[in-house]
Design a protein around this ligand. Structure first.
Ligand SMILES: Cc1ncc(COP(=O)(O)OP(=O)(O)O)c(N)n1
Ligand SMILES: Cc1ncsc1CCOP(=O)(O)O
Ligand SMILES: [Mg+2]
Length: 224
């Protein structure tokens, strides 16, 4: 997940970060995850289960984590640093109401990926970056039905961040193949998506292909 993690010879400047639906049945979801990951470039999968027991999350990790890791795709757990360590995840994503970054880092160690939600805030992002976060996440950029989003971020935040800072930035919230171009050209290192992939009418593979094509087109447009 570091900028340019080598999944291919020369990774694109902006890559897909898949976040799972908030509720899923692991055995039924496994083939959908394989379909998504086999359809094109994906840097990372975040298991984001809400209102689930720790045992349910552990079971989902045990089944889904190998599918990502076998394909050299980082597998990150949302919200639960201890479970992430116990279950062999590559890292954790923490929000402002979750385990603080420093504690998550202590639990997981220096080799793990720790990403931090920064909403629309330069201040929060600078703190997270200074503390050592592997990425900062900004959003929501567009209306989303996946989560009640209390913050609205603008593409200028991504350009400001990427011009000043080395720490990669993730854009999230209502991102689709049709609206992602301004985020790509503004300098998002990763586009995090839920519905545009898992809710794609032709299936998750088609969702990944459409987003990768849109990213490529935006990058080609921005470099002339
Ligand atoms: C990549 C990424 N960005 C933001 C979030 C949101 O995290 P948080 O604010 O903690 O909210 P929940 O996802 O826990 O509901 C995320 N999960 N991933
Ligand atoms: C987890 C999260 N954090 C901010 S918006 C969001 C949901 C993104 O889902 P979608 O890509 O379906 O809008
Ligand atoms: Mg959280």
């Amino acid at each position: 997940m570091a900028k340019g993690k080598p999944a291919q010879a020369e990774p694109p400047a902006c890559r897909l970060y898949l976040v799972t639906p908030p509720a899923l049945e692991p055995a039924a979801f496994a083939p959908l995850l394989r379909e998504a990951l086999d359809a094109g470039d994906v840097a990372c999968v975040q298991l984001r289960l809400k209102d689930c027991s720790e045992d349910d999350i552990r079971r989902a990790c045990d089944l889904l984590r190998p599918i990502a890791q076998e394909r050299d795709v980082a597998f990150i757990l949302n919200d639960h640093p201890r479970l992430a360590r116990e279950t062999g995840c590559d890292g954790v994503h923490v929000g402002q109401q979750d385990t603080p970054y420093r504690e998550a880092r202590k639990i997981l160690g220096n080799d793990a990926i720790v990403g931090v939600t920064c909403h629309d805030s330069r201040h929060l992002a600078m703190i997270a970056g200074e503390e050592g976060a592997d990425y900062v996440a900004f959003g929501a950029f567009f209306p989303t039905t996946t989560k009640t989003a209390e913050y609205k971020a603008e593409p200028e935040l991504l350009s400001w961040w990427s011009e000043l800072m080395e720490v990669p930035c993730v854009a999230i919230g209502g991102i689709t193949a049709d609206n992602c171009a301004p985020l790509v050209t503004a300098g998002a290192d990763f586009l995090a998506v839920v519905n545009a992939v898992w809710g794609h009418p032709q299936g998750p593979g088609a969702g990944v292909r459409a987003l990768n094509a849109a990213i490529e087109a935006a990058l080609a447009g921005s470099t002339g």
